[in-house]
Design a protein around this ligand. Structure first.
Ligand SMILES: [Zn+2]
Length: 287
């Protein structure tokens, strides 16, 4: 098995650090990049302002960090659309997406909605998978996408674009967190989004993917299968600890991302253990 080729390599996406701060992506959506870049959050968190033009209303999806400059940029995007924020939606509970949800919800006087009560807050709303939200003059479909986290949701817009949070990133691949994440659920969620035939993927981090979203989802599925194959291949040479597996499989990656790689590795080993293909923990061995 050879490493799958990332179709985005030839798409001419903006280089890291080169994304515009605020961009109107399509008539329904403006993206505002938060000032929180890091090896894990890439260029920073993408906050999306969504609403039908002329409706005078908009929804803010993944407000991101509670940062005054970011709030000012989002307010400028709302003003440019002539819209008032009527709801704050959150893809999942991670702080780089959810931190500003409650403070900004209060600031805008807008309802907060998320997959988990602790994110939505006491006056917020817990979203149901499959629900259709009629907000800001448009319809937003709630697509369950567990895997990265248990509570992860994607939001499908009328244009066919899908706001995918950390389910799919604009560059590289996402992490199946451990112990919360779940590889099998993650793979199912990738197929679920693929089946929607998305017109575009608007990611929680990194550039928007518009050229061939299905090819990116195929690549993500192939990438997970390849990681599994690599782990089984290393274990074929003898038992190994998780640290040893990560150091071998992720040898070409900066050590900054190894803790995240270890999470995906542990989550993948859980799947392989459940399938009876490996056993033990430290070290892990082929079953
Ligand atoms: Zn996340």
């Amino acid at each position: 098995m050879t490493a799958p080729v990332d179709p985005r390599a030839t798409w001419g996406l903006p280089a890291p650090g080169q994304m515009a701060r605020t961009v109107e992506l399509d008539p329904l959506v403006t993206r505002v990049l938060a000032p929180n870049p890091s090896p894990m959050s890439l260029d920073g968190t993408n906050t999306y302002v969504v609403g039908a033009p002329g409706s005078g209303r908009a929804v803010v999806v993944d407000p991101g960090p509670d940062d005054a400059a970011h709030l000012a940029a989002v307010e400028a995007a709302l003003a440019a659309r002539g819209a008032q924020c009527v709801a704050v939606l959150v893809t999942h509970h991670h702080e780089d997406h959810a931190e500003a949800a409650l403070p900004w919800g209060a600031h805008f006087g807008a309802e907060v909605a998320a997959g988990r009560a602790v994110v939505a807050g006491p006056r917020g709303r817990v979203l149901e998978p499959g629900e259709r939200l009629n907000l800001a003059g448009t319809t937003i479909g709630v697509v369950p996408t567990p895997g990265h986290t248990k509570d992860h949701l994607a939001f499908r817009l009328e244009s066919g674009a899908v706001l995918v949070g950390d389910h799919v990133l604009g560059r590289g691949t996402s992490v199946v967190t451990y112990p919360e994440g779940d590889v099998l659920a993650y793979l199912e969620s990738l197929r679920r989004v693929h089946d929607l035939g998305p017109a575009a993927l608007y990611c929680g981090h990194g550039p928007e993917l518009t050229e061939d979203p299905g090819a990116v989802l195929d690549f993500y599925l192939a990438h997970r299968a390849y990681r599994e194959h690599q782990l089984l291949e290393v274990l074929g040479q003898g038992p190994a600890t998780v640290d040893e597996l990560v150091a071998t499989v992720y040898a070409a990656y900066p050590q900054q991302v190894w803790p995240a790689a270890a999470q995906s590795t542990r989550a993948t080993l859980d799947k392989l253990r459940a399938e009876g293909r490996v056993e033990g923990t430290e070290p892990v061995r082929l079953a």
